[in-house]
Write a protein that binds this ligand. Structure first.
Ligand code: AMP
Ligand code: ZN
Length: 480
């Protein structure tokens, strides 16, 4: 399998470090609010990656963090702690807020058929591990302390900036415009490993003792600590949205490499952003949508998953309601396909030739594998699936079976729509209709067709038999 590595800017063949099992770490959510559909795109991507790895025969060990402390309103060290602010606004305990939104996040991903990574830790569960890394960095001379924080000194880490490819001088000028809140910081890009509960953080609710003073961890250190604890170092694949490249991931790399002398991860994968009406999602534009907004509009949430799969994860994807509705229509077509049964005419002499089918199925399988092995080309994988839907040269049942296999990667939950057993009453009506047709009693045959339709089945006649489909359109999120 070839994956695009942001670090090397190349497609690279995946060779798991420990043989067959790929160890994957995904930056998890900051649980101070509901996930928006852009965040959810990031997790559809990581899920598709994990599913594709499994489909291609790799073992997968998937880990993720939950940020419940330390993520400031700017990804650098400016602003307030997102969770602390949300807690103060709601007059609640930050951990109460964090647990509620964590639950909401897990519920959202379950609705989207995103498998919860098997290994998850919250930032607040790993304070000791984070402190241990900071101590090690201090011992190796990578840190300095001001009245506000313990910082990582990037001037000592010579390889800072390799992931984003930004030169330090460039970064310096870029960030001069930003508000530097600590005048004693040596370089604007130095980042906080530990923040003291002083100044604007005096009333920070979550706080822990440390060798340098009471405080709370900077945002980046949790990912270094949690990935190492759950996966070891180096591991195979690190994921996140493109917004993480310039700051968060550079800082993870700097602190982990400096502390342990080995790279953090081999392959860095980043999903592009989801735009809404071609603009960045923002509260002021009123275009920050959540899964609840989709459900409110009676659109199936899995249409969002289908919508995301239609674009390559490294392409910008523009969300519109029309686009989402089109995705829902396509998804419904796939479900109808899965719900179709072929009922052979009693007098049909046509025998599908099994001998020619096997190589065709094999070809579909290899085409499908080729698309996902090429850096998760999900739009191409969907194209293969649609070709299969339309390929009448392969018996319907074989096509459906293959589609279920493909759905292990798509995660569209198609197995729930598989052909049901046709009730005897419908079978009887079908037989009567076939008889009426063979006797040229077309009015009667039409009447019987309408009767079958009124019972929820659509009918499509073919020379050798009838395709019968039972499907109720999804106007709500729950399956009938
Ligand atoms: P956060 O909860 O802010 O830490 O973000 C969770 C994940 O969503 C991160 O991997 C971000 O990079 C990603 N993300 C944020 N905004 C978008 C967006 N508009 N489109 C796609 N991914 C995003
Ligand atoms: Zn992270």
């Amino acid at each position: 399998m070839k994956l695009f590595n942001t670090f090397s800017r190349k497609l690279e063949e995946l060779h798991p470090i420990t043989g067959k099992t790929a160890r994957v770490y995904s930056c998890g959510p900051t649980v101070y609010n509901y996930a928006h559909i852009g965040n959810l795109r990031a997790y559809v991507f990581t899920d598709t990656l994990a599913r594709s790895l499994a489909y291609l025969g790799y073992g997968v060990r998937h880990a993720m963090n939950i940020t419940d402390v330390g993520h400031l309103t700017s990804d650098a060290d400016e602003g307030e702690d997102k969770l602390d602010t949300a807690a103060k606004r709601a007059r609640k305990d930050p951990l109460e807020i964090a647990r509620a939104y964590e639950q909401a996040f897990f519920s959202d991903i379950q609705t989207l058929n995103i498998k919860k990574p098997a290994h998850i830790k919250r930032a607040t569960q790993t304070i000791k591990d984070q402190l241990a890394i900071i101590k090690l960095l201090e011992k190796k001379g990578y840190t300095y302390k001001t009245t506000k924080a313990v910082y990582f000194d990037i001037s000592i880490f010579r390889n800072y900036g390799l992931l984003s490819g930004q030169k330090l001088d460039q970064k310096k000028t870029l960030s001069r415009d930003e508000l530097v809140e600590d005048p004693n910081k040596k370089h604007p890009q130095d980042f906080a490993l530990w923040m003291f509960t002083v100044g604007k953080h005096t009333h920070h609710i979550l706080r822990w003792p440390s060798p340098w003073g009471e405080g709370f961890p900077g945002w980046h250190i949790e990912c270094s600590a949690i990935s190492r604890k759950l996966l070891g170092q180096p591991f195979d694949i690190h994921t996140g949205g493109v917004d993480h490249i310039g700051v968060h991931h550079e800082n993870e790399i700097a602190q982990s490499t400096a502390a342990f002398g080995t790279p953090l991860a081999r392959i860095w994968m980043h999903n592009e952003h989801l735009l809404v009406d071609n603009a960045k999602m923002s509260k002021s534009l009123g275009n920050v949508y959540t899964l609840a907004d989709i459900i409110k509009k009676h659109i199936d949430p899995l249409a969002l998953r289908y919508f995301c799969l239609q674009a390559h994860y490294r392409s910008l994807l523009n969300f519109t309601w029309e686009g989402l509705e089109a995705a829902q229509t396509a998804l419904e077509e796939l479900r109808k396909f899965m719900g179709t049964t072929f009922v052979k005419n009693a007098d049909s002499k046509i025998q599908p030739s099994q001998t020619k089918v096997e190589p065709r199925i094999k070809k579909y399988k290899s085409d499908f594998r080729a698309t996902i092995s090429a850096d998760l080309n999900t739009p191409q994988a969907l194209a293969v699936a649609w070709q299969l839907v339309k390929d009448a040269s392969i018996p319907l049942e074989d096509r459906q079976k293959l589609m279920l296999e493909f759905d292990k990667v798509f995660g569209l939950g198609l197995s729930a729509y598989q052909t049901k057993v046709i009730p005897p009453a419908i079978k009887r009506l079908l037989r009567d209709r076939a008889l009426a047709r063979s006797n040229a009693q077309f009015m009667q045959a039409d009447g019987l067709r309408n009767k079958i339709k009124s019972l929820g089945y659509s009918i499509d006649d073919a020379p050798e038999g009838t395709y019968l489909c039972y499907y109720e359109s999804q106007t709500s999120t729950s399956r009938p």
